[in-house]
Design a protein around this ligand. Structure first.
Ligand code: SAH
Ligand code: SF4
Length: 378
């Protein structure tokens, strides 16, 4: 049976066309699914009974199964969701004064093996389906509304989730074929109706797929930079060996004319003694000279077994100042939900068939206190 939550706007239209229904049916059903968050075809009261009965026999509305539900002291909410076969992924809701952001996962685990990331440390299990990606948004909205969540925009009739960031577990561009239909639903007026600038995809830098995203569904782009030169980035973001900084910068520049914002966000995790010196900041300024961008400095969030440490606050602030002095916009990301391991890079979920991976502990952060360009591995 088809899970209706996984059908893109075009696929839902096809689904009804194949059954001899008019196009407005698809729009009507889409609103029931993605704006009223029903889980039962029988609840779609403005659809005639014969069609409802037929749908009940041929389709289902299956949201995620929640394994664990935690709320942090700052109101951040994290759901651990079953991904079958012993796998689980996480989804995090971050309420702020003027918005509610959902951090969405795209894969169970991740194959890209960034040294400082707890998801990467687990290895890769599988891609999430479109229904599993959109289901995170459907579930967060549905649950928060049912609980009577209050916020200025909710009180004005908008759903709890106003912004989506694909910054949970997994590399979204490595699951392109399921992620793009999910993005289309996030943007569609008969589904979530979010503007392109309120949907941000974060990638570690899969260059050819950045180009495809530009062509097929440009949303706001964040790129996980984390290093100011190839030698260092080869070590901590291994995909750099395939797509080095020069190619990545060029892809960002190609993306911008199609993007909903006129800058790329560069994420930069602050690792004590690894990438946080004044020399790194100077090198970074030169690197991005021709790429309109903003920097988001992320204090490293530790997880069990990692050898990395967060840069001291004074060094993060000095790094920010160095970027600002060069005319760049640089913010320091506020850590949210760390008491429930919901902060960036702490999402672990669970992956059954763990691929044995190089441990981050093999990288000796102290060795990197040398000049930029110094290699980290013995
Ligand atoms: N795979 C994508 C999106 C998921 S990770 C990507 O890498 O961009 C979202 C962000 O959190 C990325 O910038 C990632 O590098 C960062 N991150 C990973 N582990 C982290 C950690 N332990 N502390 C802080 N940020 C981390
Ligand atoms: Fe994968 Fe992103 Fe983690 Fe790297 S930082 S291992 S790309 S989830």
């Amino acid at each position: 049976m088809t899970n209706l939550l996984g059908l893109s706007p075009a696929a839902l239209a096809d689904f009804f066309a194949q059954r001899g229904e008019k196009p407005f049916r698809a729009r009507q059903v889409s609103r029931w699914l993605h704006q009223r968050f029903v889980d039962d075809v029988g609840a779609m009261t403005d659809i005639g009974k014969p069609l409802r009965e037929r749908l009940a026999g041929e389709a289902r509305i299956a949201g995620p199964a929640v394994i664990r539900d935690s709320t942090a002291a700052d109101g951040t909410r994290k759901w651990l969701l079953d991904a079958g076969s012993g796998n689980a992924v996480e989804s995090v809701y971050i309420p702020e004064d003027d918005r509610g952001t959902l951090c969405v996962s795209s894969q169970a685990g991740c194959a890209l093996d960034c040294a400082f990331c707890s998801t990467g440390r687990q290895g890769f299990n599988r891609n999430l389906t479109t229904a599993e990606i959109v289901g995170q948004l459907w579930h967060a909205n549905r649950t928060l509304l049912a609980e009577g969540a209050s916020a200025p925009w909710i009180d004005h009739g908008r759903p709890p989730v106003t912004n989506v960031v694909l910054m949970g577990m997994g590399e979204p561009l490595a699951n392109f074929d399921n992620v793009v239909p999910a993005l289309q639903l996030m943007l569609d007026d008969n589904a979530y109706g979010l503007s392109r600038r309120r949907v941000t995809l974060s990638t570690s830098g899969l260059v050819p797929l950045i180009d495809r995203l530009r062509e097929e569904c440009p949303v706001a782009l964040a790129v996980s930079l984390h290093a100011s030169n190839d030698a260092l980035r080869d070590q901590i973001v291994p995909i750099n060996r395939k797509h080095p900084l020069r190619d990545l910068m060029a892809a960002c520049q190609r993306y911008l004319p199609a993007a909903p914002r006129d800058f790329v966000t560069f994420e930069y995790v602050m690792l004590d003694g690894v990438n946080d010196s004044p020399a790194h900041a100077a090198e970074l300024v030169a690197l991005v000279r021709d790429t309109p961008c903003k920097f988001n400095l992320i204090p490293f969030n530790p997880f069990p077994g990692t050898a990395f440490r967060t840069s001291p606050r004074t060094r993060i602030v000095a790094f920010q100042q160095a970027l600002q002095d060069a005319g760049l916009v640089a913010t320091i990301r506020k850590t949210r939900g760390d008491d429930i391991d919901a902060a960036c890079g702490q999402l672990a979920g669970q992956v059954q068939d763990r691929v044995k991976r190089r441990l981050a502990t093999r990288i000796v952060p102290a060795a990197a206190a040398r000049a930029p360009g110094a290699t980290l591995l013995p």
